[in-house]
Every structure is written in C-alpha cells, then in structure tokens.
Ligand binder design. Sequence first.
Ligand code: COA
Length: 260
Amino acid sequence: MKFQNLLITNEDRIQYITINRENKLNALNKETLAELHTAFFDAFNDPAVGGIIITGAGAKAFVAGADISEFADLDADAGTSLARNYQTKVFDQIANGSKPVLAAINGFALGGGLELAMACHIRIAAETAKMGLPEVTLGLIPGYGGTQRLAQLVGKGKALEMILTADMITAAEALHYGLVTHVVDQGSLLEKAGELMHKILLRAPLALAAAIRSVNAGLNDGVNGFQTEIEEFGKCFGTEDFKEGVAAFFAKRKAEFKGK
Ligand code: COA
C-alpha cells in the first residue's frame, strides 16, 4: 500500500482523501504531511481526477492539529524549517492547486487541521464539528498559513479573537463567520460534499483552474489580482472548452468539456 496514514478512493472524477490516524484524532505527523504532498501531487497530475474531497477518519475529528509529540525537541531554526517546508509542500500546494479541493470537516479541525481545511478552496462542516487555532496554549502561533488564511476568510477582528483566545467555534458559528459554506448533519456530510463537487465538475476544467488562480492572486503580496484576472480571462478564449461552452449555449444543450 502506498500510504500508511491516508485512504484514497475514487468515485467518478472525484478523489476522496481520508486522513486515517483515528486513534490520534488524525493529527498531522511528518509522515502524514509527506503523504499528503504525494497524494495531492498525484491527484493534480492524474487526468482521471477532476476534484478532491478531503476528510478525516471516524466521527470525532477532521484533524486535531499538527502532531504535538513531534514538537518537543524543536528549536527556533527547526521550527522555522518545519513551517517553511510544509507550508510550501502541502498547504500552498493545495491552495494553488489546479483542481478544486473541498474539505469535509467531520469533527475537530484544530491548529494544523483548520489550516489544512483553510488551504482548501471550499469548506463544509458537520454540525458536530468544532474549529479553532489553539497554538497559543502551547506557546506557539499557527505556522501553516493560519494567521493569513483565517484573517482572509473571517476578517482580521474575528481571526485575532480566535487566535488570541484559542477558543473553538461551533460549525454554526463557522457558517455565520464565513469559515464554512454549509453545515449538515454528520451522516450527510460526504453526500453533500460529493453533490457540490459533482456540480463543480460539470464546469470547464481550465476555467476552474483559471478562477482559482485569479481569486488567489489578489490575496498574495505584491500581485495585482485584477491584472491576473485579465490575463486568465483572455487565456480562456483560447481554449476548446470555451468554444464548446458557447456552442452548447446556443444549441440549448449541456456542454461537454474536455479540459482543452
Ligand atoms: N497531536 C498529537 N496527538 C494528539 C493530538 C495532536 N494534535 N490531538 C489529539 N491527540 C491524541 C491524544 O494525545 C490522545 O492520544 P492517546 O490516546 O495516545 O493519549 C488521542 O489523540 C485522543 O485525544 P484525547 O485528547 O484523549 O481526546 P479528547 O476527546 O479528550 O480531546 C481534543 C479532544 C481535540 C480537545 C484534544 O485532543 C486536543 O486538545 N488536542 C490538541 C489540539 C491542539 O492543540 N492542536 C494544535 C496543535 S499545534
């Protein structure tokens, strides 16, 4: 088996990645982070995969954070390397991915777990889920993009309140603040995730990738998002999918996109 800590299943063009360390509440140890890098690299490069849904094994946790047992011996340099390495290899890899990634938050999403969910393009949650960035209780701060992405998603005030108090919020509160876009009962979570992803996968794949790049662009320092949008918009006109989309519109039929 390729992965020790991940379960991978495919259904139609959706790949489901389940973090499978249930007895450690799916905490992200280095092995799991390395496996996530490989799994997403494979999924983004596999033409049979249109989109990815990530979730956690069991009913209790999506991911209860980075694996704290691996933190004990780190010094300042090792901490910097850890954040730099995995922020790029996993969290930015997902956020900048060319295919839509949806986090189905089935339980606790804490610390690195919430950071993982926030790196995804869309988040939905079970009504039992709880979310937070409790790093300050350990004398740390979020290191996998959490200070930036939480502020982008919920605004600076609520982000700072959550980070400084280390309080968890409920799924209903997360919906209120825009951290997740749907809350459903736990039994319906993957069905709802699949339904959303199926709808997205009816759309033109190159346009999906262009939309992700454009939305991300304005959130990166030193990049003009409006300029990126202009360039991505223009490139769409050069695709076969654009011609198919317009032809289907006038023929009053469903478009059949090929990602070309
Ligand atoms: N890293 C390593 N192990 C973790 C973990 C983490 N982030 N979160 C949970 N675990 C382990 C526990 O140590 C425990 O292992 P054990 O059975 O070998 O003792 C197991 O998962 C179950 O967790 P437990 O704490 O017993 O469950 P609980 O229901 O009492 O509490 C939480 C659930 C989520 C509130 C609690 O586990 C917690 O606070 N986890 C850490 C959250 C955190 O600070 N994350 C940010 C890290 S930077």
